[in-house]
Design a protein around this ligand. Structure first.
Ligand code: 3PG
Length: 218
């Protein structure tokens, strides 16, 4: 385990907490990256998770970092040590995974990147904790039992810090955020694929501004 894993986790916790909402972004076309990041930032959403789900994801994240300085860009859908290395190399601020394989946890603990593995069970959580990673993505949150499941996990693991994603949207985000161990919620609902494809940047900004007003009143 890297000696500064605790410091990195604290850095990540501050960042995630400041976000309240982290949009999970799937970028199909490179030219969408910068206007999308600008639209999110204009709506008050600054911490962005660019998922490695499309061939342009890495270039998209690089473009956002270069051209939208107010965006805090992290990478999601990190599946292995190679993805982790690519994430560090491009200058992303954090990494997130849907899961927690032994190989990935070991690589994450040894790297300098603030990183949240994905967990849905006590055993996965125990493996993450064994590597000093106490801030986790609870995924898929609604499908894995929702808030009740999270509360059950908090019994044996009261000190975990969580960013749930999967099935979260305007209707249930506030309920998740009211849980004491939830630092922020993540999801794709703020960036519908149809709005990205049609370049509805104003619509995305408006939706973000509405969500932030409701979930994080000034
Ligand atoms: C993720 O990777 O966090 C999920 O794809 C987000 O789930 P959602 O699309 O249900 O918000």
């Amino acid at each position: 385990m890297s000696v500064n894993v605790t410091a990195r986790q604290e850095k990540l916790a501050d960042l995630v907490k400041s976000a309240t909402v982290i949009p999970v972004l799937t970028i199909e076309r490179l030219e969408h990256a910068v206007p999308l990041a600008r639209a999110l930032v204009a709506g008050g959403v600054r911490v962005l998770e660019v998922t490695l789900r499309t061939p342009v994801a890495i270039e998209a994240a690089k473009a956002m970092i270069a051209e939208v300085p107010d965006a805090i860009v992290g990478i999601g859908t990190i599946l292995n040590g190679d993805d982790l290395k690519r994430t560090e190399a491009l200058g992303a601020k954090f990494g997130i995974s849907p899961g927690a394989t032994p190989e990935l946890l070991k690589a994450a603990a040894a790297s300098d990147l603030p990183f949240a593995p994905g967990i849905a069970t006590a055993s996965e959580l125990m493996q993450a904790l064994a590597h000093g990673l106490d801030l986790v993505k609870f995924f898929p949150a609604e499908q894995s039992g929702g808030i009740k499941a999270l509360r059950a996990l908090a019994g044996p693991f009261p000190h975990i810090r969580v960013c749930p994603t999967g099935g979260i949207g305007e209707a249930n985000a506030a309920a998740w955020l009211a849980e004491p161990n939830v630092l922020a919620v993540g999801g794709s609902w703020l960036c519908p694929a149809a709005d990205i494809r049609s370049g509805n940047w104003a619509g995305i900004s408006a939706m973000c501004a509405r969500a932030m007003k409701t979930l994080k009143p000034a």
